[in-house]
Design a protein around this ligand. Structure first.
Ligand SMILES: *Cc1c(COP(=O)(O)O)cnc(C)c1O
Length: 371
């Protein structure tokens, strides 16, 4: 009864969302801070003064939101936690595409740019939704192992991309390692990669790092940057993601969107998204707090003999000799805190800890101090 293509599907398993007790949730890289009051006020006000908009289709292309995102990027310089970040040109709304979370945006990206006739190049350990979409769209994968220091093997990725004339995708900073390539390193890669093949950089965690690749859009017409509101903009429950790329590529993604779902971003999400962009400084402040807690937690674990990878994100990836990730997860869960461990071969020893507020991290330190 079922279509044959279902055999290729291996759905993504998200961090658990238990109902049995109230846990401190440090397992899904959500933002521990609430949205700006300006966001909740804008939504309340929109519903109160325009209830009819609930019954009308929203702007299919989210044009006001695209302008607000462009303005946020121009004003903030593209990295909310880094006040010295800057973009040497003006990002315009026609360089932006919005979707219902960056997972949906990524789905459009896979459909728009990746063919089934050759493998795409991606790291062996990266965002685990990419292999899921490869199954969904029947796209072969060339998964390049990380180097022994957990960094991307950029030389091998480039060699493979050139050998097969392939597209490339990775998260930068990468997940679940938390390691960022510098903008210069990414530029070196794109310069040597196939020119007429899309080069995708998923910047889901960029607001917790130091540099964005947005300035490279001036030089590289094949660069596609994917962003989400879920992490740095406290928006995981509302769902909003976007692409920044050259207008010709954005047009192609619109063609795909309009062939699948005209209205991916609903009226309330557009309203809340616009208000979020206007108050970007509030989110920048929160991202700086997260960074400070990240450094504190990293130092705490290292003092106790843990191996902790230097993180440019809102999570850390850590392990300790003689401790399985599963065991750490169970111990911490008994203390009422959820973190994430993976059964993926090669990273079973690690746990991934999302960075919360100071109070949450103090509770976690208490739970981990004797491990
Ligand atoms: C969280 C995450 C996403 C998905 O974000 P949503 O907008 O919530 O769908 C995409 N890419 C990476 C690397 C992520 O970590």
């Amino acid at each position: 009864m079922l279509a044959k293509r279902l055999e290729n599907l291996h759905p993504y398993v998200p961090g658990e969302q238990p109902k049995d007790r109230v846990y401190i949730k440090l397992n899904a890289n959500e933002n521990p801070y609430p949205p700006s009051r300006k966001v909740t006020e804008a939504v309340t006000e929109a519903v109160a003064s325009h209830p009819e908009k609930i019954g009308l289709y929203p702007d299919p292309d989210a044009n006001e939101l695209r302008s607000a995102i462009a303005q946020m990027l121009n004003e903030s310089g593209g990295v909310l936690s880094n006040s010295s970040a800057s973009i040497p040109f003006k990002v315009t709304p026609d360089m932006i595409f919005c979707g219902n979370g960056s997972d949906e945006v990524l789905s459009f990206v896979f459909y728009t740019f990746f063919d089934s006739d050759r493998p795409i190049v991606l790291p062996e350990h990266t965002y685990s939704f990419y292999p899921v979409y490869c199954g969904y769209y029947d796209i072969p994968m060339d998964r390049v192992p990380l180097k022994s220091d957990w960094h991307l093997d950029t030389e091998k990725m480039l060699a493979d991309a050139n050998a097969n004339d392939s597209c490339t995708i990775f998260a930068n900073p990468n997940a679940p390692t938390g390691i960022a390539l510098s903008r210069d390193e990414v530029a070196q890669m794109i310069r040597r990669a196939p020119k007429d093949k899309a080069f995708i950089v998923d910047e889901a965690y960029c607001d917790f790092a130091e540099e964005s690749c947005i300035p490279l859009l001036a030089e590289f017409k094949n660069l596609v940057i994917v962003r989400t509101f879920s992490k740095s903009l406290s928006f995981a429950g509302q769902r909003l993601g976007f692409i920044i790329a050259n207008p010709e590529l954005i047009k192609a993604v619109f063609t795909v969107k309009n062939s699948f779902n005209h209205f991916p971003v609903d009226f309330l999400t557009q309203t809340a998204g616009i208000a979020s962009c206007k108050d970007w400084a509030y989110y920048g402040e929160n991202a700086r707090k997260v960074k400070a807690e990240r450094e504190s937690m990293t130092a705490f674990l290292r003092e106790r003999g843990w191996f902790v990878i230097d993180s440019s994100t809102n999570f850390i990836f850590a392990k300790k000799d003689g401790l399985e990730g599963e065991k750490v997860y169970q111990t911490v869960k008994k203390a009422g805190i959820l973190i994430r461990h993976f059964s993926t071969p090669g990273i079973e020893q690690f746990v991934r800890i999302s960075i919360g507020t100071k109070e949450q991290m103090d509770a976690l330190k208490e739970a981990m101090k004797d491990l």
